[in-house]
Design a protein around this ligand. Structure first.
Ligand code: NAP
Length: 244
């Protein structure tokens, strides 16, 4: 048992950045609760390595009732959630005039409503303990335009506003709220980039490459730590300089 062990809820921990954040938090001694629609080899490996310190359930973020029951059950089982990372999201790359209302609604529900549902439930628990740490995973597309991502970008811009206002609401109660805005990171989400788009991103990025999930982990650790005790309401960009 680590002296500073925290219980961290990370949505969407089966793949990509979420799986990397789950692994890193477990390796640093924390207990991790996560959910996703499907299990993954990464989760199975982490379950074998870390046993009861990892809790995973199959859950669809579009099912608000199921998310609510899950969080209430986790709070009943573990007593306290020290940190929430709102990570689960889907991309939607399509020209806006051609996007169906169903696709718009689904993207808003997963990328935004589910974050709010999770944050509301978890922040009540944090208020009871006068401490907590909420980290929203935004995107540089929340502040920069990119053709074909209007709905996704809108959800990420909304998360930035959510972060700032919530930081003002909860700061006096010992709860910090920040947002990490990654640039293009190598995961399933960016697998669909065609070679031309990829070359263009690399060319426009001062550090000359797409990011790797590991590039985001240091910032997560920092925000979770006491080194960030005086930071709240901030959007922190990790993009190799693409937006500088
Ligand atoms: N990759 C990038 O370039 C990039 C850039 C900027 C920001 N981001 C942000 O970083 C975060 C992670 O992205 P990523 O690249 O790691 O994406 P990813 O590889 O596609 O992984 C997304 C995760 O979310 C889960 N998820 C998706 N829909 C879900 C649903 N309806 N219910 C429950 N879980 C769901 C997925 O699991 P299941 O599919 O099994 O449900 C998976 O674990 C997202 O917030 C994304 O917007 C990514």
């Amino acid at each position: 048992m680590f002296a500073n062990q925290k219980t961290i809820l990370i949505s969407g921990g089966s793949r990509g950045l979420g799986a990397a954040m789950v692994a890193d938090s477990l390796e640093h001694g924390h207990r991790v609760i996560t959910f996703s629609r499907r299990a993954s080899d990464d989760l199975k490996r982490l379950g074998d390595a870390f046993g009861e310190r990892l809790v995973w359930e199959a859950l669809d973020a579009t099912d608000t009732d199921a998310v609510t029951h899950f969080v209430k059950r986790m709070i009943a089982d573990h007593g306290r959630i020290d940190a929430l990372v709102n990570n689960a999201a889907v991309s939607l790359e399509q020209l806006f005039p051609l996007t169906s209302p169903e696709a718009v609604e689904r993207t808003l529900t997963i990328n935004l409503t589910a974050c709010m549902v999770l944050t509301q439930l978890v922040s009540r628990n944090m208020l009871a303990h006068s401490a907590g740490n909420i980290i929203n995973i935004g995107s540089i597309l929340g502040s920069r335009g990119y053709k074909g991502t209007a709905v996704y970008s809108a959800t990420k811009a909304a998360l930035e506003g959510f972060t700032r206002s919530l930081a003002r609401e909860l700061g006096s109660r010992g709860i910090r709220v920040n947002c990490i805005a990654p640039g293009f990171i190598e995961t399933d989400m960016t697998e669909g980039l065609d070679p031309k788009q990829r070359r263009q991103i690399e060319r426009r990025t001062p550090l000359g490459r797409l990011g790797r999930v590991e590039d985001v982990l240091g910032l997560l650790r920092f925000l979770l730590s006491e080194d960030a005790a005086f930071m709240t309401g901030q959007v922190l960009v990790v993009d190799g300089g693409l937006t500088c």
